[in-house]
Design a protein around this ligand. Structure first.
Ligand SMILES: Nc1ncnc2c1ncn2[C@@H]1O[C@H](COP(=O)(O)OP(=O)(O)OP(=O)(O)O)[C@@H](O)[C@H]1O
Ligand SMILES: [Mg+2]
Length: 231
């Protein structure tokens, strides 16, 4: 059993290195981070500072080269690929800058996908997908093909897909990066006001509007945290 006082995640001296044409490149240089449950954390920093690399580790899409990552109190830094896939399905929702929806599926079918991977029966899957679409204000567009939707609508479908499995951790990598100011503001409003209970939200963003909404803002520079601000 995990207690509510236990942080949802903790990074301990996390390093990420990749082999490049000119030798080993250190992308993350010993990141320490504790995120309490329910926090809205914004991560900022210049292009190339390691924000996406950090989010990929937090989202169990890649492993640290060294250091430890505890998710829900459990060390996942050395988990197998299958274990990481299970963790992603049960615990993590993703929202990407480029939406990453499947064009040949309708909005509802896209939202159902994570539940299909978890083996949720068809009728329950359809009902939960409609609930999630209604949470983002799109229940009337459930049967529309996503390529016919606007950027803002597509990102709302992606948010519905990220929350339909009720993951305790929601990760968003520049979710407003491909949207105009009005749609971006609407997506930020939506992400920060979802009825999430104790859900934790970590968002990479260049958007100054996020500063007004996040509980905590951390700035990455060249693979290290250089500044932190709590509201
Ligand atoms: N697989 C890889 N192989 C080589 N270099 C990589 C790899 N992944 C990332 N990098 C490099 O690591 C650095 C950090 O990349 P990352 O994508 O995490 O930055 P970012 O902060 O998300 O930037 P942006 O704001 O442009 O999205 C960059 O210099 C990038 O080129
Ligand atoms: Mg990035």
């Amino acid at each position: 059993m995990s207690s509510s006082a236990e942080p949802i995640l903790e990074l301990k001296k996390v390093e990420k290195q990749v082999r490049g044409p000119f030798g080993c490149l250190r992308i993350l240089k010993g990141i320490d981070l504790i995120v309490p449950r329910g926090q809205f954390l914004a991560v900022t920093g210049p292009s190339g500072s390691g924000k996406t690399t950090l989010l990929e580790i937090l989202g169990c899409l890649s492993r640290p080269s060294s250091g430890d990552y505890l998710l829900g109190g459990r060390s996942v830094a050395k988990a197998s690929s299958n274990e990481l896939a299970d963790l992603r399905a049960s615990s993590i929702g993703f929202v990407f800058q480029s939406f990453n929806l499947l064009a040949r599926l309708t909005a509802r079918q896209n939202v159902e996908l994570p539940l299909a991977y978890q083996g949720v029966p068809t009728a329950e899957r359809q009902a939960r997908a409609l609930d999630a679409l209604s949470a983002v204000g799109l229940e009337s567009r459930a049967d529309h093909p996503t390529p016919a939707m606007s950027g803002g609508e597509r990102q709302r479908v992606a948010i519905a897909r990220a929350i339909v499995g009720r993951p305790p951790l929601l990760l968003a990598d520049e979710p407003t990066g491909n949207l105009d100011a009005a749609n971006g503001a609407q997506i930020l409003q939506l992400l920060s006001s979802l009825p999430v209970g104790r859900r934790t939200l970590i968002m990479v963003t260049h958007d100054p509007q996020v500063a007004a909404r996040a509980d905590r803002i951390m700035e990455l520079r060249d693979g290290e945290f250089v500044a932190e601000r709590c509201e």
